[in-house]
Design a protein around this ligand. Structure first.
Ligand code: HEC
Ligand code: HEC
Length: 501
């Protein structure tokens, strides 16, 4: 269980200077509370000390928005990490391959096999060195945090190419291997076929050659990596390093009112409500026990009983959905446990950074909370919030045409899901919450103890979260290239009306 400290009224800087500020109490019964604010972010907190080579960044910028990295050339990294939607997609569970459109407007156009099982993570400050693990479950992770270039635990094991700069570059190997996100379905293209056979080396090799086969890209790669002489020298690690360098600069965001407070140590730069919320966050409400440091995350994993919706990761132990419907699917998402095998990690997810959290909804690892206030209230009493949760409140995009892999003689091919099985298919989204046994397991794993907060105090916490919004993060569509070396249309398309000048 988490301690919620209450002690002195101290305002500390990590630079060693320590001074005491007497903060006005939010309410008369509230006594003096110690507030240790983190030190502000600096260039040195980021990869490349915040300034990677421009040629590398420019290569990464084009690749990030170029559908060339997807099997069917129809989706880019930027489709799900859209600079106009908080670097996510604004959906609880997004639509990958087979969709069209940007942000919450995205719809399915072709047949899909299912949903992306987790909420697209925002990428704010993802180039900070403190990110030693990536994904909601940290499955791409530098095993020795002091040596990010050392062994990286990852889902491809030793297939992952060597000599990467760290986990952020390693992460960029994976979206392209997922049939549902970027590769496409078996039979549609060579990359999808390799994905079906889990031949990741083949996927990366194909993509590297695809990119290096575009003369303008090869030129850019040679500018960024002088040791490369011809297309045959290019491998996916060059693509991954460029994507990492780009993300480091593109999504850096440390110009919020909260940053101004960290730099000046002057609380009056945020509203009185936000100040009261800050005191709760770092004091009685205990938020900073997990949302700590300048990124407001401890980079650790905690089970806090967030309700589960959607298809799950397919690797839980529960077979009831399969038995009931005959359709494949193990619907619970066991989170960090699937990475470590440690029962203490069951249903635990990485503490998210709260930077720009006003822009990154819906919230939770699967976007179950459409309201930020509900997400905060969930923390006040996780078990009660879990019990009160109604899956009908979550809106998931329609999947208009569902297909599934069937065997015809000795061949495997896709066919439309039979109408008679559609209801059974849709049951999957709400299966966990309709299963008393699965509900009990999630609640039993919860490690966050309840606290008592008044409605007014919850409002103050939300006001504090608002002070974490960097105005420049509201819409960064300017970073989307207007055209690409591949000649494909950048994804997402820049929506001119959405850009604020
Ligand atoms: C179909 C949507 C989709 C596409 C396309 C996509 N992502 Fe993601 N991204 C996600 C989702 C969902 C997660 C969380 C997955 C999980 O935890 O299992 C994620 C997680 C990440 C993370 C980890 C963030 C963190 O806080 O740990 C990074 C970095 C990232 N994506 C970068 C990329 C890059 C680079 C590309 C292109 C090569 C890409 N993504 C393509 C949906 C997408
Ligand atoms: C025990 C550690 C812990 C404590 C204490 C904690 N949180 Fe969290 N918080 C988490 C984890 C873990 C998640 C993600 C859970 C998930 O998605 O399954 C989360 C998610 C969130 C989110 C959603 C962010 C997003 O991008 O989806 C918000 C907002 C949030 N917490 C705010 C708070 C506030 C405010 C407090 C204090 C009242 C608090 N947290 C206390 C661990 C904690």
């Amino acid at each position: 269980m988490i301690n919620r400290p209450q002690s002195l009224l101290v305002f500390a800087t990590l630079a060693g200077g320590l001074f005491i500020a007497f903060l006005a109490s939010a309410s008369s019964e509230e006594t003096q509370t110690a507030i240790f604010l983190p030190s502000p972010l600096t260039d040195q907190d980021f990869l490349y000390d915040g300034a990677p080579e421009q040629s590398l960044v420019e290569l990464g910028r084009n690749l990030f928005f170029d559908p060339i990295l997807s099997g069917n050339r129809n989706i880019s990294c930027g489709t799900c990490h859209d600079p106009a939607f908080g670097s996510g997609d604004g959906l609880a569970l997004g639509i990958g391959e087979g969709g069209s459109g940007a942000g919450p407007q995205r719809v399915t156009v072709g047949p899909v096999t299912g949903r992306v099982p987790r909420n697209a993570q925002p990428l704010w400050n993802i180039g900070a060195r403190s990110y030693v693990s990536l994904f909601h479950d940290g499955r791409v992770e530098a095993l020795n945090p002091a040596d990010p270039t050392g062994t990286i635990r990852n889902p491809a094991g030793t297939d992952l190419l060597n000599d990467l700069s760290g986990p952020l570059a390693a992460q960029a190997f994976f979206p392209v291997t997922s049939p549902i996100e970027m590769a496409g379905q078996y039979g549609e293209n060579l990359i999808a076929d390799a994905a079906h056979h889990e031949d990741r080396r083949q996927i990366w090799e194909n993509l590297a050659q695809r990119v290096a086969g575009v003369a303008e890209y090869l030129e850019m790669i040679r500018a960024a990596f002088p040791e490369i002489t011809g297309a045959e020298d290019v491998d996916y690690s060059h693509i991954a390093e460029a994507l990492a360098a780009f993300q480091t600069t593109a999504f850096r965001s440390d110009e919020s009112p909260f940053d101004a407070v960290l730099r000046s140590r002057n609380l009056s730069l945020i509203s009185p409500d936000a100040q009261a919320g800050l005191r709760l966050f770092y004091g009685a409400a205990g938020c900073a026990n997990c949302h700590s440091g300048p990124l407001l995350t401890d980079h650790r994993f905690h089970a806090i009983a967030v309700p589960q919706i959607g298809p799950g990761k397919g690797h839980g132990g529960d077979m009831t959905y399969l038995r009931k419907t005959g359709l494949p699917g193990r619907t619970e998402d066991e989170g960090r446990y699937r990475v470590t095998g440690d029962p203490a990690d069951l249903f635990a997810f990485r503490t998210p950074s709260l930077r720009n959290v006003f822009l990154t909804g819906p919230w939770g690892h699967n976007g179950v909370f459409a309201s930020l206030e509900d997400m905060v209230r969930h923390h006040i009493d996780p078990k009660e919030s879990f019990a009160d949760f109604d899956p009908m409140d979550v809106s998931l995009p329609n999947l208009d045409h569902v297909q599934r892999l069937v065997s015809r003689g000795s061949a495997l091919e896709f066919g439309p899901l039979e109408d008679t099985r559609r209801d059974a298919f849709d049951l999957r989204d709400g299966w966990v919450m309709s299963s008393p046994a699965l509900r009990d397991r999630i609640v039993a794993a919860n490690s966050l103890s309840p606290i008592v907060l008044k409605d007014e105090e919850i409002g103050q916490l939300v006001a504090f979260l608002g002070s974490l919004t960097d105005p420049s993060a509201v819409n960064r569509s300017e970073m989307i290239p207007s055209d690409l070396p591949s000649g494909l249309h950048p994804q997402p398309h820049v929506q001119m009306h959405a850009i604020r000048h």
